[in-house]
Design a protein around this ligand. Structure first.
Ligand code: XUL
Ligand code: MN
Length: 345
């Protein structure tokens, strides 16, 4: 299939066992080696890592040991013809981070978060990625009075400053999400994420990653969130997926809930030449009901839908579109878009 200049990535967590908060795994675990084979077999270009996807049991290993293991991983990626797109610290599982990591009220938790972030940066350097991604999982509250929200923003900026100084060649992309696991999270939108970057010592090395589902959970349009990041030249990656309304983070296959909303994301990415700027990342999960032997289809389908929508974006009659806009006939514009989406090129 034509790839229109795009490269694609996903994370090892996107091939998963189907556990949910109400029930155990329903599919067997797939080893990292088998997942690497899947990247190649499915024709993906890049791997997105959490730090412990790259180096398991990170908390029990010294910085030297971590760099040694990361070097070996780099060789395996090279041999498989894959690159690492980014590394993200997993700061939400250790018991000490129960009340948050960078914004915890416990100074020991904040120290752990910084130490672990240094390990993430070391891995990212060794894997030769362009940037690290921060999803602020537990940086927020269930009871709003439990933390000082203004101080929390300062603590996040201080943590970013520390990372920017520790790794002077590395960039940092923030992936905002308004809730889950916390009731209310700090840095819920791309506007907040861009602004936080400007509070640091090196705003030029701070950017954003838009996840479609996270934008929907914030009540926002993912295409507009992407447009905002692009307008600031800060959209370094995306987590394309879909989301059926304001409920738990679903990570559904791209376009599977709202095809027009997916088209609008592709339109803004393609019109702004995202294929020259970044890799198209998928953060999609097979639904729990999917049998093991067909539990990779969410990845293939998301990429295929993206590429079909690129074709639709490029074949859209822009002259007729402009005529509708000039005439302020937006009902006709609706019809043009819907008709075009219902016609396979
Ligand atoms: C959480 C989420 C994460 C980040 C990486 O909702 O999307 O997988 O993408 O830490
Ligand atoms: Mn994500």
């Amino acid at each position: 299939m034509e790839k229109y200049g795009y490269k694609f990535s996903f994370g090892p967590w996107n091939i998963h066992e189907g556990a949910d908060p109400f029930g155990p795994p329903v599919r067997p675990s797939i080893s990292f080696d088998q997942k690497l084979e899947a990247y190649q077999r499915l024709g993906f270009d890049a791997v997105q890592f959490h730090d412990d996807d790259a180096i398991p049991d990170l908390d029990d290993k010294s910085p030297d040991q971590i760099v040694k293991e990361a070097r070996a991983l780099k060789q395996r990626l090279d041999a498989a013809g894959l690159v690492a797109e980014f590394v993200a610290p997993r700061l939400w599982e250790h018991p000490i981070t129960v009340d948050g990591a960078y914004t915890s009220n416990d100074p020991k938790a904040r120290a752990y978060a910084i130490e672990r972030s240094h390990k993430t940066l070391d891995i990212a350097n060794t894997l030769e990625t362009g940037f690290v991604v921060l999803w602020f999982a537990r940086e927020g509250t269930y009871q709003r009075e439990a933390k000082d929200a203004a101080r929390a923003v300062d603590l996040l900026a201080e943590a970013l400053d520390d990372m920017l100084a520790y790794a002077p060649n590395m960039r940092i992309a923030i992936e905002p999400k308004p809730n889950e696991p916390m009731d209310i999270s700090y840095i819920p939108t791309i506007g907040h994420a861009v602004a936080l970057g400007y509070k640091t010592r090196a705003p030029e090395r701070c950017g954003v990653l838009v996840e479609s589902a996270h934008a929907v959970l914030a009540g926002l349009d993912p295409a507009d969130e992407m447009a905002f990041g692009l307008a600031y030249d800060k959209l370094w990656s995306v987590h394309l997926n879909d989301q059926n309304g304001l409920k738990f983070d679903q990570d559904r296959a791209f376009g599977s809930v709202n095809l027009r909303r997916a088209f609008d994301q592709v339109l803004v990415l393609d019109d702004n030449r995202f294929y020259e700027k970044g890799i198209v990342g998928l953060d999609v999960k097979a639904v729990r009901t999917q049998k093991p032997e067909v539990a990779e289809k969410h990845l293939i389908n998301s990429r295929d839908i993206f590429l079909w929508l690129v074709e639709r974006a490029r074949s859209l009659d822009r002259k007729v579109m402009q005529q509708c806009i000039d005439a302020r006939d937006y009902e006709e514009l609706d019809r043009l878009i819907l008709e075009h989406l219902m016609t396979r090129g």
